[in-house]
Design a protein around this ligand. Structure first.
Ligand SMILES: *Cc1c(COP(=O)(O)O)cnc(C)c1O
Length: 414
């Protein structure tokens, strides 16, 4: 379906017209939004779908015989097919609609509680988001399994020789993010999946940071589970997807009990619905799911090749300009081919929070702090970083504004 969508000629000024929020001012200055790794902005094509849904289709799905309910159900199920096609997933019922990445990870972690025993091992990477660490610690506490961590080097890249050493027949699960939100590192997930499968372990990949920048082919990756959030890909907050291979989703018990997820209910015994409904208890974020599909449509029209090429030019430009500021240190891969459009940095002797506060006065939105990845900050022995993360709707002029803002902040603070 998406293969027939023709990408438009990439023109950032036209693209910016699609995003109403980019026209606003903050503190009397034009907004320069460089916090895309936290959440992306929403184009009017997606906002229109949300307004249209509540104006014309709002109803509960999968239960009513009435027309509105059937129309809402059709739109929701069409969104599932869009997600299936986008990620090249074999069967539509392998797409579970969730409230986001965190929900998907917890669903899998809770399901594995019934499959693990003492002595089993779970491997996570040193580059993980908190949402990808805490559920595994909780799972280990419940089952007696042991958590192992793949370390990274000073450039924020995983040490694969150490990964090889950690893998054994005790390994039941490997969890790694496709791309690190704190540093932008692209992890070699295809190789990591192959190595895990060689010892019989399953792999869950956190795709929250990869989906805005590239179009993963989940069958080619042969990944067992993949999770992402719509709000990182120009969709709304509070909706996302979990992909699981049918065999795994069949093996895992339901996560939550409620409406939608049952087949027959009596007080003696309840039987569960088939996939995907077994994992979709309760009324879902119907409008969000439909808007998620619309966001994928939008991204495909812009075109992922054009997005990747353009964002890389933003990354090169920003890295070069920021590196010229004395005392400024950038964390993450030196090789720009090994990362996405994220620049995580500090200026010697200045707290990242102070830089972020001054930039905000100039209308520039960046993230400061540990980016939900405290172990990475501990590794570098820093309290946090300033993170500028670029999207395809950012411009070279916005990077110029960032660079002069950082210079000004440095002057004021040192
Ligand atoms: C944003 C993000 C998450 C959390 O996503 P939610 O939508 O808050 O559940 C998890 N992992 C990574 C890598 C992220 O960037």
């Amino acid at each position: 379906m998406n293969d027939t969508v023709k990408p438009i000629d990439f023109n950032v000024e036209n693209i910016r017209q699609d995003f109403p929020i980019l026209q606003r001012e903050v503190n009397g200055k034009p907004l320069v939004y460089l916090d895309n790794a936290a959440t992306s902005q929403t184009p009017k094509q997606v906002i229109d779908v949300i307004v249209d849904y509540y104006s014309n289709y709002n109803a509960n799905i999968h239960r009513g015989v009435h027309t509105l309910s059937q129309e809402a159900t059709d739109l929701y199920e069409q969104a599932r097919i869009k997600i299936q096609n986008h990620f090249n997933i074999e069967k539509s019922y392998e797409v579970i609609l969730t409230s986001g990445t965190t929900h998907g990870i917890n669903l899998v972690a809770s399901g594995f509680a019934s499959l693990l025993k003492k002595g089993d091992e779970i491997i996570v990477s040193a580059l993980e988001h908190h949402s990808n660490i805490v559920p595994w610690q909780m799972l280990c506490e419940r089952t007696g399994a042991t958590l192992r961590v793949v370390p990274m080097d000073v450039n924020g890249q995983l040490l694969l020789e150490d990964y090889d050493q950690l893998l054994s027949e005790k390994t039941k699960l490997v969890f790694v993010n496709h791309i690190s939100n704190a540093l932008g590192t692209i992890n070699p997930i295809k190789l990591m999946i192959e190595k895990a499968h060689a010892v019989g372990a399953a792999v869950l990949v956190d795709g929250a940071q990869s989906c805005p920048h590239l179009k993963p082919d989940l069958q080619a990756l042969d990944v067992d589970f993949y999770v992402t959030s719509a709000h990182k890909i120009c969709g709304p907050t509070g909706v996302g997807m979990l992909y699981g291979k049918e065999a795994w989703l069949t093996k895992l018990p339901p996560y939550q009990g409620g409406g939608e997820m049952i087949d027959q209910v009596s007080f003696e015994k309840t039987t569960y619905a088939g996939l995907p409904h077994k994992f979709e208890a309760g009324t879902p974020n119907i409008c969000g799911g439909i808007a998620f599909g619309a966001a994928l449509d939008y991204m495909n029209i812009v075109g992922f090749d054009a997005i990747a090429t353009y964002e890389h030019s933003l990354l090169e430009y920003a890295t070069k300009a920021l590196s010229q500021i004395e005392g400024l240190k950038i964390y993450g891969p030196k090789d720009l081919e090994a990362k996405t459009s994220v620049v995580s940095f500090n200026i010697e002797g200045i707290h990242p929070y102070d830089i972020g506060t001054i930039l905000d006065k100039m209308g520039i939105a960046v993230r400061t702090g540990h980016h939900c990845a405290q172990p990475i900050m501990d590794f570098f022995k820093i309290p946090g970083t300033v993170r500028a993360s670029f999207a395809f709707y950012n411009t070279m002029e916005e990077i110029d504004a960032l660079v002069s803002g950082v210079k000004k902040a440095k002057m004021m603070l040192s």
